[in-house]
Design a protein around this ligand. Sequence first.
Ligand code: FE
Ligand code: FE
Length: 190
Amino acid sequence: MSLTSLQDLYLDQIRDLYSAEQQIIEALPKMVDAATNPKLSAGFTKHLEQTRQQASRLERIGKRLEQKVTGKKCKGMEGLLKEGEEAVDEDGDPQMIDAALIAAAQRVEHYEIAAYGCARAYAEALGLDDDATVLQQTLDEEAETDEQLTKISLSMLNPDAQADIAIERGADRMEAPRRQSRPDDTEVRP
Ligand code: FE
Ligand code: FE
């Protein structure tokens, strides 16, 4: 496709994001299975559901523009998810594998944050206010996911520091990290 207008560029970005979300929908179940920490696997499961909604939002944007959102491959996400697969396939200490999964997932979130930020700015510039609103909604979810991943990572790798942060913020919902979970230990507390 040739990029002759901001509208073209906007659509190109939406298609790239749609491809990215589809690839994430395929990859996340493997990350759920590979994660040992119950909070991490629950977080991946929650984000899978969110990601499906994010893909639907892009489909609705395509409908409004009367354009298809398929037909482009997001090569950036393909590469990031290949790195994620390395963590999925790794043998070793379950906690270190969880940390590697988080490192990969945070790269994915940051890519999405950058891409949705651009797309939202283009929507605003084009006067597509409804699009800008839903793109911001997705952007907020990606940022929140990134933050949750940071919290889980901190609580796994540096429990004392995390306890200090929790006390400083007056937070009472930080739990002591669990070194390892049993396979049947899928309970997740808020
Ligand atoms: Fe997403
Ligand atoms: Fe995401």
